[in-house]
Every structure is written in C-alpha cells, then in structure tokens.
Write a protein that binds this ligand. Sequence first.
Ligand code: ATP
Length: 332
Amino acid sequence: MGALELKAVGKSFGKTEVIRGVDLTVEDGEFCVFVGPSGCGKSTLLRIIAGLEDASAGDILLDGQRINDVAPAKRELAMVFQSYALYPHLTVRDNMGLALKQAGVAKAEIAAATDKAADMLALGPLMDRRPAELSGGQRQRVAIGRAIVRRPKLFLFDEPLSNLDAALRVATRIEIARLHRELAATMIYVTHDQVEAMTLADKIVVLRAGRVEQVGAPMQLYNDPDNVFVAGFIGSPQMNFLKAAALGEQGETLGIRPEHLEVSRKAGRFAAQISHVEKLGGETLVYARSETHGLLTTRLFGEHDFAVDETVHLTPLAERGFRFDAEGQRMR
Ligand SMILES: Nc1ncnc2c1ncn2[C@@H]1O[C@H](COP(=O)(O)OP(=O)(O)OP(=O)(O)O)[C@@H](O)[C@H]1O
C-alpha cells in the first residue's frame, strides 16, 4: 500500500510563503508527476512528503496515517535525487544493501533483495564496482536500485534524469516506466521535462507559485486545460495565444496549438512574417510574427521550404481552439 494525501499543506521560509494550501490525493500504485516553472515549489513539496522539510501547515497522510511528525527514515519511502548520493567507498552491492544492513536485516535476505533489484536494472555485472568506476547512467540505476531494495510504500524522484545525456534519458525513462509497472508502487516524480511528464504520469500536478493550478491525466491536461497557464505550460512547442476579438471569436484569448495553425503562401485569415524555421526531420516548426497577434509557432508534418523573412498567411483551426476570458479562465 502507498496512498498519499495532502490536506491544506503550506510551507513558509521565514516570511516567504512557498507552498500555499495544497490539497492532493495520490492513489496507491499511481505515478504522479509534479511540473511547474522554476521556483514554483515542486522540490519543496517533495521534500515535505519525504520529511526533509517540515510543513508549516496542513496534514500529510500515508495510507491514512498522519506522518507529519514521523522521522524521514521511518516514513517507509525512498527518495532518488538528481545527484546520485552514493557512498564512494562502497561497492554497488553494498551501496544497494546499506539501508537493509543498517535496519538489521539478515545477510541472506539482503543478498536476495539486492540480486533481485540488480536483475531488474541489469546491474549484475557491475555489483563489485565502486561508483567512480560507473557511468552517470549506471550510477543513477544504482541509486534507483538502492530505493527498490528497501521496498518502500512510496518512491520519490527529484529530477532523477537531469544529469544524463539525451539518449540515456530516454533509455532510463523507459526503464522507470517499466519498473513502475513491475513494482506496482506509488511514485511521485518531479521534472522540468515535458516528455517525461507526459509519458510517465498517470496524473500530472501543475504547480504555480506554490499552488495547484490543475491536476489530471496527461492527455486531459493537454486536451482540456482549465486556464491559460496550464494551456501554455503543457505542450511543446507552447500553445499560441491569439487575440479573440480580432478573429471574431468569443472571449479574450483564443488558444491554438502549433499543429492547429495552418500556414500557406496563398491565402489565410491573416498575414505574418517568418522569423525563424526549424527543420527537425519528421516535422518543421515555422515561427512567424503577426502585427496583431505577435510571435506565433506553427508545426508542419515533414520537410518544408519556408524561408526567413517570407510573408505567409496563417489560419487558426478555430474549432480546435480553446477560449479564455479576461482572467485567463477557460470558457467551456
Ligand atoms: N531553504 C530555503 N530557504 C528559503 N527559501 C527557499 C528554501 N528552499 C527553497 N526556497 C524557495 O522556495 C521556492 C520554491 O523552491 P523549490 O526548490 O521547491 O522550487 P522548484 O519548483 O523545485 O524549482 P526548480 O524547478 O528551479 O528546481 C523558491 O522560491 C526558493 O527560492
């Protein structure tokens, strides 16, 4: 079991309030991802759950038990950090087994648990090496293995992949998704990475300035954002925000995803001048500036020969658009 509930959780550092009245439920076995701009409080919230910071207000419940006053080591959770925090003088095997050894678990049981985790993470051949003899990706797998060995109720990940190169990030991301399926464990994961959030999460929590803006499944947030902030935050490249009145549309702002903004040399709703073109292989991003709507992004399938400074005509597919009022709230 590993169901987590936060009730009106708040945190201030001195006079600065960084977490404000957060209510959140993470179901047993769920993969929950915290996203939000830098400084919005993702890591602080994770550290409060881990017990590395005290909450200034509210309750933290693990399987229905209030754990605010339970010491971090007694919370039955394991945290995996961006920096691997392995002991340099210990082998991989001893790093992975250390927590169990300190808890007085029998040697044979420790060996069984570490061997099983090593199998899951393909660490078998590396068990007698020390951290200095491993690559970054291997070290992060050891750090994950060390968490698995403890069989926690809850796994907490704080940007675990951000020190890895692009290819390793993808491989390790897929490995974490597989581990989540195999272990059926509750996981909470902090990231800056859109792709990690969209692909790993059962549930994404979008935070802004210490508050929850919206909670939902990844495609729910993408297809049905509550407000301009969530609409602009989820999705890469970002959603375009056009002036609704200039297009004869209701509301203040019309949100159009880059794939729903058509670009043509011949005709369209309004003109814009191309300022930048990115050919990504499978798709082309065309950035164009309109006098009325500002800088807009369009995403085209395949390769195109649009050029910088060229004038083009853009047409938003209004039926695929999102309408927002003057406060930035979605008009449904
Ligand atoms: N020990 C501290 N003392 C004072 N302020 C702090 C402390 N720790 C964090 N903060 C502040 O709390 C806010 C939230 O920080 P936090 O690290 O949780 O953000 P974050 O969303 O994880 O950011 P990032 O994405 O940049 O890692 C920030 O404004 C930060 O400056």
